[in-house]
Design a protein around this ligand. Structure first.
Ligand code: GLA
Length: 379
């Protein structure tokens, strides 16, 4: 045998041993090899900031794409009951389409999710005036909310999950809010097919905070039209009554005997004609102690896909896409009325002006923490 033959034989023996080694790998190690995080450039904002797109893939092939502009979940690929994957969130293909304007598709919402009446509130005797962007009211953080800023990103990987930690420091006075607010939003995709969204914030002056994610889901696929056939269960016996401008009156009412009752699973469309513009209501989750609770469960009968939402928050805004009017075309689809639904876990709208609602005040030295989990499965 020549030296070359000997080298080749040693190489082959090593290869065989390696493949045996791989076969005897623990399931966890095998899963870890399938999980991945990929980062790519996604464009530049008009003010010159580079935006990255992170693709998280778990051991079962679920994929979440999240970009640093707005912390937006741009795609979410999940299997149906036959194992076929589809993208189940509304969104666009390019950064430019997001920058042109859209109804908060997939975005992180802050500093305050939902509305604050007339953009005014008072803390410790000082009145603050926020940017108004929804008639005379403040909505979803103002003119340039957290959905329109570029977040810093750090990759996270454990044996059971892949993730990206996004951070943003909102300066004192931004959109009218007091205090420098340091925020961290952590997206993790686990091998239990959960997309976990952790929220943290700290301030250097008394302020208010209420963060959420505004993903629009369509469990049959983002391009499959109406969501009215989805069956929804909400773990909520009550909701916050709102006026014509969707500002809570302060009254908390029972859903019993109304088209708002989803305490037992019902098709979203079963009574929607009785609700002007569709659902855009804040439900009071049947657990206000801040522990992680099932808030909602949604089943799509054709594909078998199931989404469960768990949260530490006291409320969830059910929004059924009543303002979608076909003007947003994304990822090859046209998004019309009722083509997506949102489950925005949150503190109640206008809490800063409703002393009886759970408080949204954050003081220096305190830490705001919330967790929401969207879990995907099939039936
Ligand atoms: C939230 C609000 C709605 C609407 C949508 C975005 O769900 O409650 O009224 O603003 O966001 O269009």
């Amino acid at each position: 045998m020549t030296k070359k033959h000997i080298r080749t034989s040693i190489f082959l023996v090593i290869m065989v041993l390696c493949s045996y080694g791989c076969n005897s790998e623990s399931p966890t190690a095998k899963e870890a090899t399938k999980m991945s995080i990929n980062k790519e450039a996604f464009g530049t904002t008009p003010d010159g900031k580079a935006v990255d797109l992170y693709t998280l893939t778990n051991a079962n092939g679920l994929k979440a794409e999240i970009m640093t502009y707005g912390g937006i979940v741009t795609k979410l690929q999940a299997p149906d009951r036959n194992g076929n994957f589809a993208d189940i969130v509304l969104g666009f293909d390019s950064l430019d389409e997001y920058i042109k304007g859209h109804p908060y598709f997939g975005a992180i919402i802050g500093r305050y999710a939902n509305r604050i009446a007339k953009g005014k509130f008072t803390i410790d005797g000082t009145e603050y005036t926020l940017a108004t962007n929804n008639g005379r009211n403040h909505l979803h953080g103002g003119i340039k909310g957290f959905d329109k800023v570029v977040w810093n990103a750090k990759e996270l990987k454990t044996e059971q999950a892949v993730g990206v930690e996004l951070s943003y420091r909102s300066g004192d006075g931004e959109e009218g809010y007091p205090g420098n607010l340091s925020c961290i939003v952590t997206y993790t995709l686990t091998n239990d097919n959960e997309l976990k969204i952790g929220y943290e914030a700290e301030t250097d002056k008394p302020t208010i905070v209420n963060l959420t994610n505004h993903s629009y889901f369509n469990l049959a696929g983002h391009d499959s039209g109406s969501i009215l056939g989805h069956e929804l269960m909400l773990n909520a016996d009550r909701y916050t009554l709102a006026d014509d401008e969707l500002i809570p009156t302060g009254e908390i009412k029972s859903v019993k005997g109304t088209p708002l009752d989803f305490t037992k699973p019902m098709a979203i469309g079963s009574r929607i004609e009785q609700v002007k513009g569709g659902y855009d209501h804040n439900y009071v989750i049947n657990n206000l102690d801040g522990s992680l609770t099932l808030a909602a469960s949604v089943y799509e009968p054709k594909t078998g896909r199931v989404l469960e939402a768990f949260t530490t928050q006291p409320g969830v805004q059910l929004y059924t896409g009543g303002f979608l009017d076909g003007s947003n075309k994304g990822k090859g689809a046209v998004y019309n009325k009722y083509n997506g639904f949102c489950l925005e876990t949150q503190h109640f709208p206008d809490s800063p002006n409703k002393p009886a609602f759970p408080s949204v005040v954050l003081k220096p030295g305190e830490k705001y923490t919330q967790l929401t989990i969207y879990k995907f499965s099939v039936r």
